[in-house]
Design a protein around this ligand. Structure first.
Ligand code: HEC
Length: 145
């Protein structure tokens, strides 16, 4: 084999090595990025930092409202917004909630049955949780901005 052919082969081999090196680095970076994203999306799961407003003042330690906030974050915020500002589902800030449901009991029945795009939660959460999330919507979210 002539010397210049050998030299050409050497170049090709080192190019391949260099390319492989780059791929490995990129894969490492993607793995690091993925675990960072996972960490970010799990943040606050059990700590209660939900992005939905906590009850304040005299209500700050109300066990029903605190439980309602957890149900709301887990099952309702995706459609009604973390602060009840609305999204796929209507806002709770414009007085419509109080007009549609003068009594909390009517609202509990509604959430239990669901309507249109809104799933019924009767079979998914306990009666206590239904009452808690309704209390949270009426007493905390209607005042949140
Ligand atoms: C998949 C989206 C979605 C989820 C999840 C969801 N909702 Fe809804 N919600 C809606 C939609 C859409 C409406 C309007 C239904 C209609 O009137 O046709 C609605 C309406 C309501 C209303 C009536 C509002 C009014 O003023 O008339 C209440 C109360 C309510 N939702 C509470 C809840 C609660 C509590 C949860 C969680 C347990 C929840 N929603 C989860 C989409 C959703």
């Amino acid at each position: 084999m002539a010397a210049d052919q050998l030299a050409e082969r050497d170049t090709r081999v080192s190019t391949q090595r260099a390319t492989r090196g780059t791929v490995t680095t990129a894969r490492g970076r993607i793995a690091a990025l993925t675990s960072a994203l996972l960490l970010a999306s799990c943040g606050g799961g059990s700590g209660g930092a939900t992005g939905s407003p906590a009850p304040t003042g005299a209500q700050a330690h109300d066990a029903t409202l605190l439980a309602g906030r957890n149900v709301f974050s887990a099952d309702c915020a995706s459609c009604h917004g973390a602060r009840g500002q609305g999204g796929v589902g209507p806002t709770f800030h414009d007085g419509r909630l109080q007009r549609d449901f003068p009594s909390a009991e009517d609202q509990v029945s509604f959430v239990s049955r669901g309507k249109g795009l809104m799933p019924g939660f009767g079979g998914m959460v306990t009666r206590r949780q239904l009452e808690a999330v309704v209390a949270y919507e009426r007493q905390v979210l209607t005042h949140a901005r």
